[in-house]
Design a protein around this ligand. Sequence first.
Ligand SMILES: C[S@@+](CC[C@H](N)C(=O)[O-])C[C@H]1O[C@@H](n2cnc3c(N)ncnc32)[C@H](O)[C@@H]1O
Length: 278
Amino acid sequence: MFPKISHTSRKVGIAHFSVLSILIQSSKILAHSQKSRKTSIIAAMSTTPLELSGKKRAERVQKMFSKIARRYDLMNRIMTAGQDIHWRREVIRHAKLDTGDSLLDLGAGTGDLAREALRQYPDSQPVAADFTLEMMRVGQKTGPLDWSAADALNLPFPDKSFNAIVSGFLMRNVTDVQHALKEQYRTLKPGGRIIILDTTKPRPNILTPFINIHLNYVIPFIGGLLTGEREAYTYLPDSTKSFLRAEELAVHMAAAGFKRINFDVKMFGTVAIHWGQK
Ligand SMILES: C[S@@+](CC[C@H](N)C(=O)[O-])C[C@H]1O[C@@H](n2cnc3c(N)ncnc32)[C@H](O)[C@@H]1O
């Protein structure tokens, strides 16, 4: 429960140089420029999305998810020992949809939450939206669902469109959490529900060393093995550690205008489900 919310150019002087010294100097400059180019290429490759901001970070996140799309769902099941299935069921239960109600699965990836919405509420109208085409392409092969290309920071939907907006492991990826929450608030109908499932920065506890081994070594190792993209799975623990604590996300939700905010933590405090209402 969250109580309060109801819980530099170096100039090279060549005037006094002989032809030989000019040649030596030129080769040094060339070697230096090649070295710095190599260094900057290596630096660009080893930069994690978290060291970037704005559009560049979003592009890196998109590329990363494009590369792991094919194995994304399998990795989820393995990393969470199948628990993510139960969390998704819980998220959709919180949506409390009526017949004909609309639901937006934002940052839907392959569309697991939207599919769960159809399973629990067969008469509902879920839309799965994401900004990474590869993830949606994989999802399209899984079965019929309405899809939309959408950026969480600039939703292509009119105000008051949805009865519920759900997201699974999206919010820690967006470059501006507050803005993403405001967009969801704008596109929800009055009384509409927001439900957020994401990893959360765990509070230090007796299990912290084991959690850190799982996050920092086990997940990157298995992720690298299964997807060939170890970076994506070092990004997961890094983005979790730099994301908000569950209480902080609740405060951001309140600042965006949501009421009746509440949350529940899972998996030794590393995952949280938040819900609230417009
Ligand atoms: C970790 S995956 C989660 C997928 C799915 N929701 C799930 O529960 O497994 C995060 C997804 O969010 C998407 N995403 C990240 N930033 C986004 C943004 N600004 N707008 C839309 N989608 C975004 C990524 O493309 C990726 O598919």
